[in-house]
Design a protein around this ligand. Structure first.
Ligand code: KIV
Length: 276
């Protein structure tokens, strides 16, 4: 009972929503990473990751699909449960898959499954103006929410590919306003994927909640990468924002430790990983 209270005073208490908010306030970069099973969860936790996401990227890197669209709630619950068993310190976030949050009641039911059956501490959904009401509904029920903006991979067939978002000023302004509305609706974290550096920085500056980036430049509050990209075992074209940390290290643990260190000392992302 109250494990987190008992662990207060220990050198490495578990990360929670309040400690992530504090890291933003103190300008300490938040190191985030995906994981899909207990063994890698233990490894990334040991390497010092603050936040671990069971992403629907598992549809691509685990299941071998070309997109995240086929992933189901059962898939995420299964992998979240495994990851939860491997973590001691990191904060666990699970993705709401495609069409699992089409209306507020469906979103609530599936979020509860990810938390009760999977052990997630927060859910992530790909958000826009259309998801404001859903975020409000989840927040009213004390479900912590991470809203994913910028490139939203679940919309790949609608937008016609995995493309950088917010390059024109009108779209960038719209994204900032959506991010603010999602924060006001109750999002506790915003995740930005594939946006120009200035868009990442302006959204991070405007929001009180932590902004985590993947291909969003160095001006956000934390970084996230897909574990298998860090380890260079993803098939297909490597996105510009990926850095292969395995190249200079002789074990997966050393590679992930190097990633965490590079996020903390802000040497990742470098200019070659960014969009303008
Ligand atoms: O599904 C996932 O792994 C993600 C990351 C790319 C942020 O959403």
């Amino acid at each position: 009972m109250y494990t987190q209270l008992e662990q207060r005073g220990m050198p490495e208490p578990p990360v929670n929503i309040a400690s992530l908010a504090k890291m933003k306030k103190e300008a300490l970069p938040i190191a985030c990473i995906t994981a899909y099973d207990a063994s890698y969860a233990a490894l990334v936790d040991h390497a010092g990751a603050d936040l671990v996401l069971v992403g629907d990227s598992l549809g691509m890197v685990i299941q071998g699909h070309d997109t995240t669209v086929p992933v189901t709630v059962n898939d995420i619950v299964y992998h979240t449960r495994a990851v939860a068993r491997g973590l001691r310190r990191a904060f666990l976030v699970a993705d709401m898959p495609f069409m699992s949050y089409a209306n507020p009641d469906q979103a609530l039911e599936n979020a509860v499954r990810l938390m009760q059956d999977g052990g997630a501490m927060m859910i992530k959904l790909e958000g826009g103006q259309g998801q404001i009401e859903i975020v409000q509904h989840l927040a009213r029920h004390d479900i912590p929410v991470c809203a994913h903006l910028g490139l939203k991979p679940q919309s790949v067939h609608k937008i016609g590919g995995f493309k950088v978002q917010g390059r024109d000023s009108e779209h960038a302004r719209e994204m900032l306003s959506t991010a603010q509305r999602l924060q006001d609706a109750g999002s506790d974290i915003v995740l930005l994927e594939c946006v120009p550096n200035e868009v990442g920085k302006s959204i991070s500056t405007a929001l009180e909640v932590p902004v985590i980036g993947i291909g969003a430049g160095p001006g956000v509050d934390g970084q996230i990468l897909v574990l298998y990209d860090i380890l260079d075992i993803t098939k297909g074209r490597t996105p510009r924002f990926v850095r292969n940390f395995q190249k200079e290290h002789n074990s997966p643990l050393a590679a992930v430790e190097a990633y965490v260190q590079a996020v903390r000392d802000r040497s990742y992302p470098a200019a070659e990983h960014c969009f303008s």
